[in-house]
Ligand binder design. Structure first.
Ligand SMILES: Nc1ncnc2c1ncn2[C@@H]1O[C@H](COP(=O)(O)OP(=O)(O)O)[C@@H](O)[C@H]1O
Ligand SMILES: [Mg+2]
Length: 364
């Protein structure tokens, strides 16, 4: 059942430009939805409209079956965690966490129990007497998350909560946010521009572009069945390779012909027309080195090698189009070596050139 129902949202700021228009989204109870997209696409605006921090120009917002367009933030039973922690600098950690509860006029005993439970979950009990400026960024963000948890809200909203942290802390706190959700199961909407955060945390990713939903689906669907070049390019590192080609026929078999590229395509896989211009997408882990005479082999030369430990990233060029693939480091070729590569046929994506929309596979 949908728990948050966003219907025909429209948002216009003072400058009269619509940031969101006809935006619809349902979030199920207990679901962890990640809003992903480039900076400026409207993620924070949407989150703040749900929280009640921005007014809703037009449309309806239902939470747990109740229309809450006009409810004040406090009445929505939502807790939000921001990128910049937003702690009260003059209060110690305990008082920061307890702040929302004090306003709810809760008994001291219940309040203490809740603050201690949340602090225990986030490993910050020892900091209760410290002020925020005596803590590291990661510790401050734990305090902000604890402050959200103690209120036992019906919805958690996170707006890029890890963006101010260094890479190592980001990874560990990301894991903790995931564990918290497994434990508390609170319906969550999480905003990020980081595709790895989205992939690792989400039950469902909602990829946004210019105030619209580009594609929504499980991480597996978004990664393996991108419906557009935008989606394919936004998800996955190293980034997917794109090669523009024209479809030619060889007998009744389609062949992709591009700059420095001639490759038979699996005839049954895509609805292709002779003469059609398309873009082939292939992820770096779906290109393999093969022998000169193997089927589908394409000749190229190694431009650059980047050793990443277990794997090495190999750069090459087909005609004038650059590409990369991953190979186990102990099988890596040498720089400038002439090599033959093959795109794994069942991992190919084909995008229609003009519209950048993916052709769905007929099979598989
Ligand atoms: N208070 C505001 N007044 C006017 N324009 C705004 C305001 N907040 C955001 N915007 C504009 O709305 C668009 C979406 O912004 P935002 O929701 O912050 O995007 P995101 O969080 O995805 O980076 C941007 O073009 C931004 O400049
Ligand atoms: Mg934002």
């Amino acid at each position: 059942m949908e728990f948050i129902h966003i219907k025909d949202f429209r948002k216009i700021y003072d400058d009269n430009v619509a940031v969101l228009n006809n935006f619809n989204l349902d979030v199920r109870e207990n679901e962890f939805v990640v809003l992903l997209g480039p900076s400026g696409c409207g993620k924070s605006t949407l989150l703040r409209m749900i929280a009640g921090l921005e007014n809703i120009t037009a449309g309806d917002l239902y939470i747990a079956g109740k229309r809450v367009n006009d409810a004040r933030p406090r009445e929505r039973n939502i807790a939000m965690v921001f990128q910049n922690y937003a702690l009260y600098p003059h209060m110690n950690v305990y008082d920061n966490i307890a702040f929302g509860l004090r306003r709810m006029k809760m008994s001291e005993g219940e309040m203490q129990r809740r603050v201690e439970d949340a602090s225990g979950l986030l490993g910050i009990s020892e900091f209760h007497r410290k002020r925020p400026d005596q803590l590291s960024g990661g510790q401050q963000q734990r305090v902000a998350i604890a402050r959200a948890i103690v209120k036992t809200p019906q919805v958690f909203l996170f707006d890029e909560p890890l963006s101010n942290l260094d890479a190592k802390l980001r990874n560990s706190l990301r894991g903790e946010i995931k564990k918290l959700h497994i434990k508390l199961n609170t319906t969550t909407i999480y905003v990020t521009h980081d595709q790895l955060e989205a992939m690792t945390l989400a039950d469902r990713i909602v990829l946004m572009r210019n105030g619209k939903i580009e594609q929504a689906g499980t991480p597996d669907e978004i990664y393996n069945k991108p419906e557009s070049m935008f989606t394919a390019g936004f998800i996955g590192t190293p980034q997917i390779n794109f090669f523009p080609v024209e479809i030619q026929g060889e007998g009744n078999r389609p062949v992709a012909v591009g700059d420095g590229l001639r490759m038979p395509l699996p005839p049954e896989s895509f609805n292709l027309n002779i003469g059609q211009k398309v873009v082939i997408g292939i992820r770096p882990s779906h290109i393999e080195m093969v022998g000169r005479n193997d089927g589908g082999a394409v000749a190229t030369r190694v431009d650059m090698l980047e050793n990443m430990g277990e794997e090495t990233l190999v750069s090459f060029t087909l005609g004038s189009t650059p590409g990369v693939f991953l190979v186990l480091s102990d099988r890596a070729p040498n720089r400038s070596e002439e090599i033959f590569i093959r795109f794994m046929p069942n991992k190919l994506h084909v995008f229609v050139h003009d519209s950048s929309v993916s052709l769905r596979r007929k099979i598989g």
